[in-house]
Design a protein around this ligand. Structure first.
Ligand SMILES: [Zn+2]
Ligand SMILES: [Zn+2]
Length: 283
């Protein structure tokens, strides 16, 4: 059975994210290690980090991923932004290691008109530069499949293949698959025959073994629209059959699958609970 979880808030502190995870009976989690819309985060007190690592061990919540800041764009043609992005990515990786996290999930970036090949090359250059500067993260860097909004990269499986191939060979890398994003990017997973076809395609281009983490979101927008809008499970265009195939797929039986759906109440119940129940009911 996959390890279901949610994206938990750190607004009340890192440990409160774990408490929230436990309350929702999560086996895995995702967090931001700082405010996602800011370049610089407050320095993490090593004592706080130590306590966080202990608590997560005790609770048995694993794996835990950090998600990178939305500002980072290593594909940017603008040197100033590229340098800033590189420093911010280093910070993200160092924070993930300090907190003892398993993964850092990153959106590959946007080429802003320079073309896919150039954008992908810029990203590889950024990562290689960080390795040359002596950065050797313990956390595995996961490139996320994207919806392909604007000029964002990562909406074709071929992009992900490129990114893995040109990432520093001394680093652990992989892919985070987002169900909303791949459907928005044009890869259907419902009905079951489409799921099999999409996974076959992923395996051929990237390799199933590179999949380490999943974002389970429904898509408000239809197949191939290239717009990223998350919906509650069962209320969008992903399709129940696709979700069922994914959670029942023996290839991902031990993988983490976390929700990134809106935090809201319906009636007096949190939608996180409703969505988690939906996944368990599909098993
Ligand atoms: Zn996602
Ligand atoms: Zn998204």
């Amino acid at each position: 059975m996959p390890r279901f979880g949610v994206h938990a808030s750190i607004a009340k502190g890192f440990e409160q994210a774990l408490v929230e995870g436990e309350r929702l009976d999560c086996q895995s989690l995702q967090i931001f290690s700082k405010t996602a819309s800011q370049w610089k985060g407050k320095i993490i007190d090593p004592e706080v980090a130590k306590k966080f690592r202990k608590t997560k061990e005790k609770m048995g919540i694993a794996p835990i991923a950090a998600h990178n800041s939305y500002l980072i764009n290593l594909a940017s043609p603008n040197d100033e932004l590229w340098i800033k992005s590189k420093a911010a990515l280093r910070d993200e990786l160092e924070r993930a290691d300090l907190l003892g996290l398993d993964f850092l999930v990153v959106h590959p970036g946007a080429h802003v008109g320079t073309g896919e090949a150039t954008g992908l090359r810029r990203i590889a250059e950024g990562l290689t530069a960080l390795e040359k500067e002596g950065l050797h993260p313990k956390a595995r860097l996961l490139f996320e499949t994207t919806a392909g909004q604007g000029s964002t990269l990562g909406h074709r499986f071929e992009h992900l293949r490129e990114l893995i191939d040109h990432a520093p060979q001394s680093w652990k890398t992989g892919i985070c698959l987002d169900t909303c994003h791949i459907v928005a990017a044009g890869y259907a997973i419902s009905p079951a025959s489409s799921y099999r076809q999409t996974m076959r395609e992923f395996d051929k281009v990237v390799g199933i073994g590179h999949l380490h983490f999943f974002h389970i979101n429904d898509s408000e927008k239809p197949l191939g629209c290239r717009v990223d809008r998350h919906a509650h499970l069962g209320e969008g265009h992903v399709g129940e059959e696709g979700f069922r195939e994914l959670v029942r797929d023996p290839a991902f039986a031990d993988k983490a699958m976390v929700l990134e759906t809106a935090k809201e109440e319906r009636g007096d119940e949190s939608m996180d609970l409703v969505n988690l129940r939906y996944l368990k009911y599909l098993l």
